[in-house]
Design a protein. Structure first.
Length: 348
């Protein structure tokens, strides 16, 4: 992050920067690459692409960048990818009354992970009236107008350009099916009216209305967990029986003896019931095997499984009815997880 706004507040500002910037030529870039930095020349990956007389894209080396996102495979990035996937795209349309409809399209990065360089770019290059913010791990664009401000959620995209598609296919990434070539429309597009004198003597002579969102608004989707209630209903008699047995036997299980815990975890791993390091508190259960143990009264791994629950509960310290209710709730939560009854949907 450069840390300050780059003063590209309209398409006319972008056009002026583009026209006044000499293309970079070096052993890495030819004149025909037409590499024109949007800010400092030392940050050449932040550059301007002229797509037409009325459309300019600001690139940051990510998706849609025809110079810096080729992934070393020689694949050409078409202009349509640059238009669809660049972080910021400016357009203007002349109106019958002599004014212009000016739009700016804002896009997040590709994939569910963090895109810190994209966030820095949007922070530095969004125009006056629009601000980029990160709040609780989510990204937003704030539109400030004459009366109030409105925050809009900026979702991450699953659309990849031609270079990324070729790269992912070449190395056979496991999550290739999650990404698409077509534009998934995960962007925010704002519009305003621009009054531009002819001729333009000074860029300060331009006047603009407030920014208005004209694309669909997105809502934050939080991860959700759902319990398979039908299967749990089938398991209920076995879970109740296991719970009663746990109340009788559980307090006597030596969970403070880490040699014992190491042995029971080893037995459960050998039985394909759990995965994880012997001394780790993070344990992954094989739900099918856990259910098999719960429904088999004389299963040899029944006691080791009980010890795993005891490690996660406060049963040994119950002194009041309220404590007992808490432990019963702990058992319910543990059983849902250990039996593989929980399905988690991704957030967005």
């Amino acid at each position: 992050m450069q840390g300050w706004n780059q003063n590209l507040h309209s398409l006319w500002h972008v056009k002026r920067r583009y026209d006044n910037t000499k293309p970079m030529v070096s052993k890495h870039h030819k004149l025909e690459d037409n590499l024109r930095p949007a800010g400092k020349r030392s940050r050449k990956w932040e550059h301007i692409r002229k797509l037409s007389d009325t459309c300019y894209a600001l690139c940051d080396g990510g998706e849609g960048d025809p110079i810096f996102n080729t992934n070393g495979n020689g694949v050409d990035i078409p202009n349509q990818d640059t238009y669809n996937l660049s972080p910021i795209v400016w357009e203007v349309q002349p109106q019958p009354d002599g004014s212009y409809l000016e739009t700016v399209k804002v896009r997040n990065g590709l994939g569910d992970h963090a895109h810190n360089s994209r966030y820095s770019f949007l922070h530095d290059f969004l125009p006056l009236g629009l601000k980029f913010r990160v709040d609780n791990g989510k990204q937003y664009v704030i539109a400030n107008n004459s009366f109030a401000s409105q925050r809009y959620y900026l979702p991450k995209s699953k659309s990849m350009d031609a270079g990324t598609e070729a790269y992912r296919k070449q190395y056979r990434w496991r999550d290739n099916d999650e990404y698409v070539r077509e534009d998934d429309q995960k962007f925010l597009k704002f519009a305003r009216t621009a009054h531009v004198p002819d001729p333009i003597y000074s860029i300060t002579d331009l006047t603009f209305s407030d920014w208005v969102l004209i694309s669909p608004e997105f809502k934050v989707v939080h991860p959700k967990q759902r319990v398979n209630k039908e299967r749990k209903k089938e398991l209920k008699p076995h879970l109740d029986k296991f719970w009663q047995w746990a109340c009788a036997v559980g307090p006597m299980v030596p969970i403070d003896d880490w040699e014992y815990i190491r042995e029971i975890k080893s037995a459960l791993r050998e039985g394909n019931v759990i995965e994880g390091w012997a001394y780790s508190s993070n344990t992954t259960y094989n739900g099918d095997e856990v259910q098999r143990i719960l429904t088999t009264d004389d299963h040899p791994l029944r006691l080791p499984l009980l010890a795993m629950f005891m490690l996660r509960s406060g049963m040994k310290h119950v002194t009041t009815p309220e404590d007992a209710k808490k432990v019963r709730a702990q058992f319910n939560t543990w059983a849902n997880r250990a039996c593989g009854l929980i399905t988690t949907t991704k957030g967005e």
